[in-house]
Design a protein around this ligand. Structure first.
Ligand SMILES: [Zn+2]
Ligand SMILES: [Zn+2]
Length: 163
């Protein structure tokens, strides 16, 4: 197996072909293959079980993240904060088409939720969303990546009563 043949060169190799990146401000590691974020406990399991990456390969990389930045890896999903709405998208994470309710703030990618919600609030805007991990933590924030989102942002920044 390729991984077993990796020697001390591996950390150098990985610098040239990074497989994860650290979002230092939030303490979350992003898998660049899956385009999902992981906190301290789940990143190790993810790399081993999903990608077969050995401890001796990923450990020095995670260690370097922790040494390089003051904030260490987040220990739980709940402790991870979210970027503010209308941020520039986080590199390496999926960008999902979704909806943002201008009245109550609901953010969702689920069409059924949208259909039900339209009866309650009628201010749903089509936006691009990101979340740290679509299966483990689907708290969304709005990102600037589509003309719709940009237009919405320009609208908001002019101080017009949008919300
Ligand atoms: Zn992955
Ligand atoms: Zn609403």
């Amino acid at each position: 197996m390729l991984i077993d043949l990796m020697t001390s060169h591996s950390s150098t190799l990985l610098q040239h072909r990074p497989f994860i990146r650290y979002e230092a401000q939030y303490g979350i590691v992003i898998c660049l293959t899956c385009n999902q974020g992981y906190q301290a406990g789940s990143i190790r399991r993810h790399l081993v079980e999903k990608h077969g990456i050995a401890y001796k390969v990923y450990h020095p990389v995670l260690q370097s993240f922790e040494q390089q930045y003051p904030l260490s890896l987040a220990q739980s999903w709940k402790s991870i904060s979210l970027p503010v709405d209308r941020s520039v998208s986080i590199e390496g994470l999926r960008i999902l088409p979704g909806y943002h309710c201008g009245k109550c703030g609901l953010k969702t990618t689920n069409d059924n939720t949208v259909k039900k919600h339209q009866k309650k609030c009628s201010r749903l805007n089509q936006v691009s969303l990101q979340c740290w991990n679509v299966t483990k933590d689907n708290r969304y924030w709005v990102v600037l990546s589509t003309p719709t989102a940009l237009a919405e942002s320009a609208f908001a920044s002019h101080g017009l009563p949008s919300f």
